[in-house]
Design a protein around this ligand. Structure first.
Ligand SMILES: [Zn+2]
Length: 390
């Protein structure tokens, strides 16, 4: 398997597994690995490793992810991906992210498949604190940003996770130890809903199965968004005011409660969650007209947070394919006038196309997302979106 084949042909599950578990080998190729390091946990010592379990895991992972997993040492099973385009790890994971986006149809168990890709290969359970944790391989800002966007598109998984950013750990700040960013999930929920439902990694599964009574209770850590806000503030230099933080917190909490009480509405709920996140975190400019007008001439201040009122627009209109366009990279902020102008036949086509062009140019990931969704690559992206207005 080389990167081109992978990016073009791999399934959503495979791309997720590659996104979360790739590292770069000394020969420049990429490896998706699972390891059998016993570590210091007494629970791991109890498991007697059967030599056939390496082959068994390699077989199961190969079948599931359609990659060629092999045992490469006494502790590692890996699938190698040929890096024929000489990508850096950052370029490679960005390309994988871009291939994932158009596949997010959500109809096929996205929460569970994402949790498998995230936790099945690596990580370990903590029976005292009752979580399963994994260290992220690759802690760059763009990687973390893409990671969060993938998690934001889940139905309820986000609210079961807890995030421990390397940059927020006291050991890191004080230069004592540089642990990677760590993601944790409630252990019992993970075992019941993910690990047990399809055994892909016998060794890690056995550790949990043999300590079943120690798994603790299913409870939500519920602090993922909080940690993310903190991370954005301290790392990405995006200062949010306390009223902004409060309204983001409210919006995200509200939507996860909604998801729990009305699971049949998850599409709507997810959309609300993503829109709320975009509303609070995107810069307060209208991407359609800020080159021409001051926002005070196009909108009004809201007393609740002293910010200008904006509307969130789906660049590929929501009504067209509501499941697949429901991702952060498809959203932009518009003033109410530009948003209205995109109603069919309400404004002249020249103005509508100008706003669409400005939307596409507002962030590279917006254009990338639209290009990835276009069935006919000879059309211009502006004409494609214009044709979808209805
Ligand atoms: Zn505008």
């Amino acid at each position: 398997m080389n990167t081109e084949n992978l990016l073009k042909k791999a399934s959503l599950e495979t791309l997720l597994a590659v996104f979360f578990n790739s590292s770069q080998k000394p020969n420049g190729n990429f490896a998706v690995q699972t390891n059998y390091r016993k570590g210091t946990s007494k629970y791991f010592e109890k498991i007697i490793l059967n030599p056939s379990s390496y082959q068994d895991t390699a077989k199961r992972l190969s079948k599931k992810y359609n990659l060629d997993f092999k045992q490469v040492s006494s502790t590692i099973v890996e699938a190698e991906i040929i890096n024929e385009r000489s990508y850096t790890l950052d370029e490679f994971t960005s390309a994988v992210y871009e291939s994932i986006l158009p596949k997010l149809t959500f109809a096929t168990n996205y929460d569970i498949e994402l949790a498998k890709a995230l936790f099945v290969f690596r990580g370990s359970p903590d029976f005292t604190l009752s979580f399963y944790s994994v260290d992220l391989k690759h802690p760059s800002e763009s990687y973390n940003d893409n990671l969060f966007k993938l998690l934001l598109s889940t139905d309820e998984l986000l609210s079961r996770l807890n995030l421990n950013f390397r940059e927020l750990q006291p050991e890191y700040v004080n230069g004592i130890a540089k642990r990677n960013t760590q993601i944790r999930i409630n252990l019992k929920w993970y075992y019941e809903n993910v690990a047990k439902t399809e055994i892909l990694n016998e060794f890690k599964y056995d550790v949990m199965a043999q300590n079943y009574t120690n798994l603790g209770e299913i409870r939500k850590p519920g602090s993922f968004e909080e940690r993310w806000i903190l991370y954005r503030q301290s790392i990405l230099n995006r200062q949010l005011s306390s009223s902004e933080i409060n309204s983001m917190r409210d919006a995200l909490n509200f939507t996860s409660k909604e998801a729990e009480e009305h699971p049949e509405n998850t599409f709507t709920v997810r959309n609300q969650k993503i829109v709320a996140y975009a509303r609070e975190t995107f810069a307060d400019i209208c991407v359609g007209c800020h080159h021409k007008y001051h926002i005070k001439d196009r909108s009004f201040l809201m007393p609740r947070n002293n910010r200008y009122y904006f509307e969130i627009n789906h660049v590929i209109p929501y009504a067209n394919d509501s499941k697949a366009v429901d991702v952060l990279d498809n959203l932009v902020k518009l003033c109410p006038i530009c948003h209205r102008a995109l109603t069919p036949n309400r404004a002249f086509p020249e103005l509508q196309k100008e706003i669409i062009k400005n939307e596409l140019d507002s962030r590279p990931e917006v254009k990338q997302f639209v290009l990835s969704k276009m069935p006919n690559p000879t059309l211009s992206p502006v004409d494609y979106i214009y044709g979808l207005l209805k």
